[in-house]
Design a protein around this ligand. Structure first.
Ligand code: KDG
Length: 315
């Protein structure tokens, strides 16, 4: 099985000790987050060789993220520490139903020191799929050029590209997001998007409009994630769908990243469209059962047990 490459900014995530508005939360637990890193950890737990390219602050928090990601088995060869750019922070608010809000402190993100020339062909050895997300694009306008450099190499080496828009309106406007997405969409083979996100991008998320969009952008697999309502896939002029697993979420942040890792695993392992949706739904569901953005990411046997409706023997 071939490996996966991703790039993005990671954060020290402060998870609240209590649910409800952040202003009343007295204490936090220090954790690690960041959409692309969550994805990378998801891949590693499923057994996919995963390279994560990034920059971290040359500070204590940078070391926390580095050691955490390395401990999860993420290939850190393309992660560097930089001075004068503190590691990004994120304070989370979690509501009773598991949904949340994000308060970023990432104005000087270490990834601002990355340049398109830092992306070299050698980084893509043994890579069968590149996964990109809109969070990296949102951090700085220059990141579009870095992303394009990744896409250029992927095209040259015939590497598949998956993309998650991961719209973060706290980082840029919808207009800016749409402009950047439109530049990279024609290079995307697998689009993994939330239903709410594709509604924002296209204005009209009717079946017809989605089909037209996929065909006009030559997107091979258009995957729509709809949380508790399950997921859908449009591929080869056919729609497939799979309902969600019935679980009680306690922290939904990171579920979409987990879904992406699950879907990519299924694609690399040649699963059928329905099996791929089911597997990805399973990974996403398990993420929501644990507090934190990536702690709930399952190991392969845990997803398989959920799908087979088997209990894991605990004692
Ligand atoms: O998808 C989960 C991420 O959103 C979270 O871990 C942190 O918001 C975040 C980000 O910007 O990467």
């Amino acid at each position: 099985i071939s490996g996966v490459f991703t790039l993005g900014d990671a954060l020290i995530t402060f998870n609240p000790s209590e649910t409800g508005p952040l202003r009343y939360v007295p204490s936090f637990t220090r954790k690690v987050g960041g959409a692309e890193l969550n994805f990378a950890i998801g891949c590693a737990r499923l057994g996919i060789p995963i390279k994560w390219a990034s920059r971290l602050g040359g500070d204590e928090f940078g070391r926390v993220i580095y050691n955490f990601a390395r401990g999860e088995g993420v290939d850190m060869s393309h992660v560097e520490f930089v001075e004068n750019h503190p590691t990004s922070l994120n304070f989370k608010e979690v509501r009773e139903d598991g949904s949340g809000k994000t308060f970023y402190y990432r104005y000087q993100s270490p990834v601002l020191t990355m340049e398109p020339e830092d992306i070299t062909e050698e980084m893509f050895e043994e890579v069968g799929l590149v996964h990109l997300t809109g969070v990296f694009l949102a951090i700085d306008p220059k990141n579009l050029a870095i992303t394009k450099r990744v896409l250029e190499i992927a095209k040259k080496k015939e590497i598949r590209v998956s993309f998650d828009p991961n719209i973060r309106l706290k980082l840029w406007t919808l207009e800016q997001a749409k402009a950047a997405y439109s530049e990279i969409m024609p290079s995307v083979d697998i689009l993994l998007t939330g239903l709410d996100e594709i509604e924002m991008i296209l204005d009209d998320a009717s079946q017809q409009s989605l089909e037209r969009f996929a065909e006009s952008q030559s997107i091979d697999q258009l995957v729509i994630k709809d949380g508790g309502n399950g997921s859908r896939l449009y591929q080869g002029k056919t729609w497939y769908s799979k309902e969600a697993f019935k679980i009680t979420p306690i922290d939904t942040v990171g579920a979409g990243d987990g879904f992406d890792a699950g879907y990519v695993y299924a694609v690399l392992n040649g699963h059928s469209p329905e099996e791929a949706l089911e597997f990805a739904n399973g990974v996403g569901a398990l993420v929501t059962t644990v507090a934190g953005d990536n702690e709930g990411l399952p190991y392969l046997e845990e997803v398989q047990a959920l799908i087979r409706n088997e209990k894991i023997i605990e004692r």
